[in-house]
Design a protein around this ligand. Structure first.
Ligand code: GLC
Length: 704
């Protein structure tokens, strides 16, 4: 059951797709009050948590899967240092799922700042402080899995990438010209490491101008895109939110002429600073501007591009022109002064506070359905609508083909148009674990296509870290190695032991039939791709505490190693399981484990995969025999089953050409049935009765 409550005069965010009647009463279980914060009236919703309550949700945020004990702020931020004390990251995903005394969910559809104090001030008190104009949704329904499905149905189907988006991608800020991109492709090819995409960061553009290509560095871009495609590699360029102010640049000139940029209070175009220097921000919240901005992607689609990543769309703001001027004036005043402690810190704080200053978000305005809205009231919608602009354009420009798209900033609703990456993480061991925790919250909020920069974006990586990160990342739908300018190179062939990287990345392609099917199941049914153990073993108290093991689908459990120098790790098994210790798709050993706590060896070049009793998981025979180059061309007709089935078992495999959009077409579903004797039947079709005897084109070559 979902209930909808309206407070004040909310802005339509389009986060929710279901039509729900609004109720005039209090939100069940929640107490409502008001308070004044820095002179502004806020609504406060309070919930009394029981000791045993677990609070899930909040999408991309810091800390644990269980969000209790800290404070989180939905205020999309360009913050590249994801340390424990941080309260905001790039996304704003205002949904909480409370499991315990009164299992229920709440979604605060307020695109301004929202603060979640989940036992931070007082251990058992949960307060949400938000604006006075918002829509709230309250939902209850049986188990946590049913609750999630209810919520996900309400917010609409998650984005589905082309299959190559589930292949491995290599990125770096930046591969700046054809030669550098070719060198990366060569690095992978010469070492026989499968790869699907190479990412182009900001230096492919001409002076950081969106929808331009540097002629000097990519003299014949369409030909180069085709050449890479022939090698099986998709080039995926970045698009930034700010449009460079430069006479003669058509996107800028047209935007100014048509009044498409965000405005100052006096109606002039707001000026901010990002990579290209001074920029204007397209008013993504205005449908007409969205259509215009989305149409710009055609420039790259026409040149053979079929994937993009949208960046700096919180929007990141190095400075606003006005504030920068204020700071320079102030610095002048400090110039010949004897700076004491207070003045010195005021001075340094003033300079370090220039970037992404929230006061700047009060300086500009959007046009929404004929109404002028100050940016800070809708801040969290900007990245969502930039990606929506692209997604809506792709529907028109490429109606029959899926386009790869993911964004840095997001809001619930954006999950229908693209995925996300978790932004500028670091080459830190703790960020492997953080990513695992983030995936759960993200999946609950509809973001299935997600992943973190493998190896870490900032700071210098070491070989062991990149390998362990990759061993985890081989299960995230977005599997991309990305690093910052100036850091040590971390491509799979950059270290002493390339063979290890080759084997681990090959495992991605080995698991791909399963991972792809699980992705489609989760997307088509509003379910989780990654499950925390607590969701599958709700009555097992230990399982509820485990945050460093995840289920991928309901049949496979992973337990990545995320500690340096560790040669194994503790694993908790709620039931007996079959474990595969993979060194490569063809090199593995198998062990059976009883339920309980175990210390399991896992050398640096090994990956642990646990299969639940009664499950069969389809993997790629081609990857096992070492013949896979990429996801596009891989032979998916021959399947190897990981099996932990003593009795009969069934798996519903999803296959398609990786681009088509008729997801529900019965021919995309293949039933794999195994009987008590181990005999296998493979039949095509969606529902049981429908599939009998159809030619299937799939062969199970062996069971391991
Ligand atoms: C931002 C992005 C990062 C990118 C860089 C340069 O920091 O988060 O991924 O490499 O900008 O474009």
């Amino acid at each position: 059951m979902i209930q909808k409550f309206i407070f004040g005069n909310p802005i339509e965010t389009d986060a929710v797709v279901q039509k729900i009647e609004c109720i005039k009463s209090d939100i069940p279980y929640w107490h409502q009050s008001e308070k004044i914060v820095e002179g502004t009236k806020k609504l406060v919703f309070t919930y009394a948590m029981a000791d045993e309550d677990i609070v899930y949700g909040l999408g991309e945020s810091m800390r644990g899967i269980n969000k209790r004990g800290y404070l989180y702020r939905s205020l999309c931020a360009d913050d590249p240092v994801h340390t424990e004390e941080k309260t905001s990251l790039y996304g704003a995903h205002n949904a909480l799922f409370i499991v315990g005394k009164e299992t229920h969910g709440i979604f605060l559809d307020d695109p301004g700042e929202v603060v979640f104090d989940i036992g931070y001030t007082s251990r058992n008190v949960l307060t949400i402080t938000c604006g006075t104009d918002l829509t709230a949704y309250f939902f209850t329904r049986g188990t946590i899995l049913e609750l999630i499905r209810e919520f996900r149905t309400m917010i609409g189907r998650s984005y589905i990438p082309p299959r190559f988006g589930l292949g491995f991608g290599q990125s770096r800020w930046s591969y700046a010209n054809e030669q550098e991109v070719e060198a990366v492709a060569r690095g992978y090819r010469d070492n026989q490491i499968p790869i699907d995409s190479i990412y182009l960061d900001i230096d492919y553009m001409e002076r950081y101008k969106d929808f331009t290509i540097s002629d000097e560095r990519f003299p014949d871009f369409p030909a180069f895109v085709q050449k890479m495609k022939k090698e099986g590699i998709h080039l995926v360029p970045i698009i930034d939110a700010g449009v460079k102010i430069e006479a003669g640049y058509p996107v800028y000139e047209e935007g100014v002429k048509k009044g498409y940029f965000c405005k100052n209070e006096d109606g002039s175009d707001f000026v901010g600073g990002v990579w290209p220097g001074r920029v204007h921000f397209p008013d993504m919240l205005d449908p007409e501007v969205r259509k215009w901005f989305g149409g710009q992607y055609q420039f790259l689609l026409e040149q053979g591009i079929d994937g993009f990543w949208n960046d700096m769309n919180e929007p990141a703001l190095f400075y606003s022109e006005e504030h920068l001027k204020e700071v320079f004036d102030q610095i002048e005043a400090y110039k010949d002064k004897n700076l004491d402690i207070n003045e010195f810190f005021a001075f340094t704080g003033m300079v370090s506070g220039i970037a992404n200053n929230h006061e700047d978000y009060k300086r500009f305005y959007h046009q929404m359905n004929g109404k002028r809205v100050r940016h800070d009231a809708v801040h969290n919608l900007y990245g969502f609508n930039m990606t929506r602009a692209a997604g809506e354009a792709f529907e028109e420009l490429e109606p029959d083909r899926r386009i790869l798209m993911f964004s840095r900033s997001s809001y619930i609703g954006m999950h229908r148009y693209g995925g996300i990456w978790t932004g500028d993480n670091q080459s830190w061991w703790s960020h492997i674990l953080l990513s695992m925790k983030q995936m759960v919250g993200l999946n609950m909020c509809g973001f299935l296509y997600a992943g973190s920069d493998l190896g870490g974006f900032g700071a210098n990586a070491t070989e062991d870290l990149v390998l362990r990160f990759t061993e985890y990342g081989l299960f995230t739908p977005l599997m991309r190695n990305h690093s910052a300018a100036g850091t040590r190179h971390q491509e799979a062939y950059s270290f002493e032991n390339t063979e290890n990287f080759k084997n681990i990345i090959s495992l991605r392609y080995f698991f791909l039939p399963y991972l792809y099917s699980e992705y489609m199941r989760a997307a088509l049914n509003g379910e989780m791709y990654f499950y925390p153990m607590a969701f599958l073993y709700p009555n097992d108290l230990h399982a509820g505490q485990v945050e460093d093991q995840l289920f991928v689908g309901q049949g496979m459990m992973i337990a990545p190693v995320y500690t340096q120098n560790a040669t194994g790790r503790y694993v908790y098994l709620p039931e007996c399981m079959k474990m595969y210790r993979f060194r490569s798709p063809s090199d593995f050993d198998v062990e059976l484990f009883e339920s309980g706590h175990h210390y399991v060896d896992c050398a640096l070049n090994e990956v642990l995969v646990f299969v639940r009793p009664g499950y069969i998981l389809p993997c790629s025979d081609a990857a096992m025999t070492g013949t896979v180059k990429n996801a596009d061309s891989m032979d998916l007709s021959r399947i190897v089953l990981l099996s932990n089935a003593a009795e009969s078992a069934h798996y519903l495999l999803y296959t398609d050409d990786g681009y088509e959009k008729d997801y529900e077409n019965a021919s995309h579903f293949i039933h794999i049935d195994m009987d008590e004797e181990g005999d296998i039947q493979v039949t095509r079709g969606k529902n049981a009765g429908e599939y009998a005897k159809k030619e299937c084109g799939l062969e199970v070559t062996r069971c391991i």
